[in-house]
Ligand binder design. Structure first.
Ligand SMILES: [Zn+2]
Length: 168
């Protein structure tokens, strides 16, 4: 099998390209939350990719990973933690940091150097990652009471500033 022509075939379909790009952006975003959260001691217990019917999952240590039928959103589950606003800010910013790094690098790859057959895939990756970062930065609360990364970061910043002025 000629893998390069398989890859070219996938990349040539706009729908397939965007599905792959958005799916990978969501997975890497949630892994960003997981890694940044673990660094500041947040007890992460689950990483969920997608909505709807659960397709498959696995366990790694204390963390359960699960993939659902419509894989264009996700969230990280964690137990209670007592780290203060800075901990929350680091947990919330993790996904966005990963999206910005990958989005900006992909864009730089597309804009620089020789044209490459995979450029169209990298444009899609750049669009998906930068779009997801921007989307998550919007401060808003969901119907189920969960807060967006942007709102968590904003609230953490406000409470950090308040804490600072009190401690002065
Ligand atoms: Zn997020």
């Amino acid at each position: 099998m000629n893998w390069e022509s398989v890859a070219k075939g996938l990349v040539s379909t706009l729908t397939m390209r965007m599905v792959l790009a958005v799916f990978s952006a969501v997975v890497l975003h949630e892994l960003g939350h997981l890694v940044f959260g673990r660094i500041v001691g947040v007890p992460v217990v689950g990483v969920v990719i997608g909505e709807g019917r659960r397709l498959f999952g696995w366990r790694m240590g204390a963390i359960t990973f699960s993939v659902h039928a419509v894989p264009f959103s996700g969230y990280v589950e964690h137990d209670e933690y007592y780290g203060g606003p800075l901990t929350t800010a680091v947990l919330a910013v993790g996904g966005i940091v990963v999206n910005l790094i990958i989005g900006i690098s992909s864009l730089a790859f597309c804009l620089s150097g020789e044209p490459h057959w995979a450029d169209r895939m990298f444009w899609a990756i750049a669009l998906a990652h930068l779009g997801l970062a921007a989307w998550n930065l919007i401060p808003r609360q969901f119907e189920d009471g969960d807060k967006s990364d942007g709102l968590l970061m904003w609230e953490a910043l406000c409470s950090f500033m308040r804490g600072k002025s009190v401690a002065r």
